[in-house]
Design a protein around this ligand. Structure first.
Ligand code: HEC
Length: 124
């Protein structure tokens, strides 16, 4: 009995080390990669695809206020803070509090929008 427990313990431990830790962030990235290519052909604009997401998950901390010095209150401010915002979302650090999380698919949309020049819907 004494000798059977140890291998079982070691096996579970290595399984955890390989597949358990750090899994959450990898999932968000995988979802993002699958979507990134398909979004290249889609037209994305601020009022339709970006603002509602910020109002759902980042307001009022970054709209009425500039928590941590970062404002997302309008298009210009959002473009300025987008790269840092994406980095924090992927790390699971934003949104704070009980605001709905941003999914990997939504991160892909934010990234694609910025890469296409961060346009407002009127500019299209
Ligand atoms: C409940 C309030 C709250 C919500 C909701 C929230 N944040 Fe924050 N955010 C903060 C606070 C407070 C800080 C200051 C730094 C810290 O405490 O980590 C911050 C810092 C930041 C920073 C700047 C980090 C720095 O130190 O320069 C960015 C960028 C940011 N948040 C993006 C976002 C995005 C994007 C969302 C929505 C997906 C979001 N936050 C949702 C409260 C919030």
């Amino acid at each position: 009995m004494k000798y059977t427990i140890l291998p079982v313990f070691l096996f579970s431990f290595s399984f955890l080390a390989l597949f358990g830790w750090g899994k959450q962030n990898d999932v968000i990235k995988a979802e993002e990669i699958v979507l990134a290519d398909s979004l290249k052909e889609v037209s994305l604009c601020y009022e339709t695809h970006v603002k509602p997401l910020i109002e759902r998950s980042c307001a009022p901390c970054h709209t009425a206020h500039s928590a941590g010095g970062a404002s997302l209150k309008d298009l210009a401010a959002t473009i300025k803070n987008m790269d840092e915002s994406i980095a924090l979302i992927i790390k699971g650090k934003m949104p704070k509090g009980d605001k709905p999380k941003v999914s990997g698919a939504e991160v892909a949309v934010l990234k694609a929008w910025k890469e296409k020049g961060g346009k407002s819907c009127e500019q299209q």
